[in-house]
Design a protein around this ligand. Sequence first.
Ligand code: PEP
Ligand code: MG
Length: 579
Amino acid sequence: MIIKKGISASPGVAIGPAFVLDTEDYRIPRRTVEPSQAPEQLRILDAALEASRQELAELRVATARRLGEQAAMIFAFHEAFIAEPGLRRAIVQLIERQHYTAAFAFSNEMNRRQREFRAVADAYLKERVKDLQDVERRVLRNILGRAREDITRLTQPVIIVAHDLTPSQAVSIDRAHVLGFALNVGGQTSHVALIAKLRGIPAVVALNDITSDVTGGELLVLDGSHGIVVCDPDDANVERYRESQAEHRRQEIHLKQFRGLPSVTRDDVRVTLHANIELPEEVDAAIEAGAEGVGLYRSEFLFLAATRPPTEDEQYEAFLDAVKRVKGAPIVIRTIDLGADKISAAVGPSRDPNPDLGLRSLRYCLQHLDLFKQHLRAILRASAAGDVRIMFPMVTTLMELRQAKATVADVMEDLEEDGIAFRHDVPIGMMIETPAAALLSESFAREAAFFSIGTNDLTEYTLAVDRANERVAHLYAPHNPAVLRLLRMIIDSGAAAGVPVSLCGEMAGSPLYCKMLVGMGLRQLSMAPQDIPEIKRVIRSTTLPDCQEIARRALGFDNDRELLNYLRDVTREDDPERL
Ligand code: PEP
Ligand code: MG
C-alpha cells in the first residue's frame, strides 16, 4: 500500500481500478514505403485528416452544448490547425520525397512544430504544445486505426491515472465510467481541475510520479477532498474510505435542507454567503446551493478556453447572461486575472521567467489599455442590467488602484458620449491578495468601495510557496499565523473605514476555518457553490461569542501545526462524525 499526497482539485471519494494512460507516443510500425506506394499513403493521410476533422467538429458542438461556446473554441483551434493547407503540404512533401509512411511523415512534421513552439520558452506557447500533442494523437489514432488511449469508450468504471490530460480528453470522457482523475502534474486552477469540478469528478493533481507507481487494473482509493491517493489499499483502508464515501453522499442529502434557510448564527448574526463562479451557467447551481449572489466571477475564464480574444460584444453577452441569472442579487465581476498558471491561448501574459511575480493580472491590463478598456466597457454595459460590482485582482500599489479606477472613469465617459446605459454608481472594489496590499489596507480602504481577500494568492505570496508545486505543498497553509495576522489587519482596516470585507479564497469554503473567520469579524464569504450548504450549517450551529473565542485563541498561536490541530479539535467537537 502506498499513500500519495497531491493537491485536491475536485472533492469526493472514488474507489476503483486504475486506468493508466499510456504517455508514450503511438509507436509507428513502418517508417518508409516503396515510392510506388506514395499515393496509397496520401489516401491514408487524407482519410485520417478528414476523420479527425469530423470528430473535432462533433466534439466542438457537444462541448458548446455542455460547457459553453468559450470552452468549445479550443476544438475550433484544433480543427483550424488540421485544415491549414501548409500542414498538409509539408506532410505530402515528406511522403513524396522521403517516401515516409503517412504516420511517420505526420508525426515528423508535428514534432518539428512542437520543437519550434518549445524553443521559444514561452509559457503561452507551452500551453499550445499540449494542443498540438492532442491533435497529433487524434490523427495518429485515425491513421493507425488503434484506440489505445480512447477514454471515451470505457466499458467499466475506472480512475484515470495520467501524467496530464488535454482539454479534449477531460471534456470528452464518458462520465458514467470515470470515477476520478489522478494526475502527475497540475494545480487547483489548471484546465483539468476546473473541468473535473464542473462535472463533479473527484480529482487529485500534482501527484508527481503516480503514473509510474501504479499499474493498470490496480485498486486505488482517491480522496479528492484531501488530495490523497492510496495505491493498492488494504481492506481496512478500503472500508474506511467506503464509509467516508457513503458519509459524503449522506452529507450532501442532509445539507440540501439548509439551502433555503437564512445564513445566521444562533444569536442572529448574519453572514452573507456568495458563490465563486467561472462561467455564467454556474450561477444556476450557485443559487440552487443557497448563494445570495456572486462574490467572485473569474472573468478570465472567458479568455482561457478561447483561441482569440473574445470581442467586447462576446464579453458583454457572457456578463449579461450571468447578471440575468442572478436575478437582481449582487454580482462581483473580477477583471481578468490572467498569468501565472492561468495562461490564455488568445491573449495575456507570457515570456516571464517567473510568471507569478511577473506581468500578470491587473499589471498586464494596465499595460494593455485597449484590451482593458474593451473589457471594462463590456462589464459596464452589463451593469445596466443588475447589481454589478467591479473588482480588481492582484493590486500591489495604490498607484495601480488609482490608474485602474481612472481607466473605469475614462470608459464611463466614452459610454456616456456614445449614449450607452451603465450603472453610474457601480461599486469598485479590490482583491487583497498580496502582502503589500494587506499591509497598506488602511490606505486602500480610503479608495476602494470594498475588499475581497484572496487567500489563495495571499498565502502563496506571504509564505513564498507556489500553490501548484507539490514539493512545497506542506508549507502552503492559509492558517499560517503570518497569514492570519494579515487577515486581522485587513479586516480591522475595513471595519475602521466602513469598507465591507469579504473573503473569496478556498479557505472560505472550509468548515475548518469558518468560525474563526466569523470570529475575526468577517460577515461575507464567497466560495465554490458546492461548499455553501456545509458552511451554512456551521454558521447556523454557532454563536458569535463562540466564534470570537475561537478567533482569539487561534490568533495566539505562532506555529501553524499547533493552530491546525486546535482548529481540527474545535471542528471535531462540533461534528465528531465528520473528521
Ligand atoms: C485568491 O487568490 O484567493 C482568489 C480567490 O483568486 P484566484 O484563486 O482566482 O487566484
Ligand atoms: Mg488570486
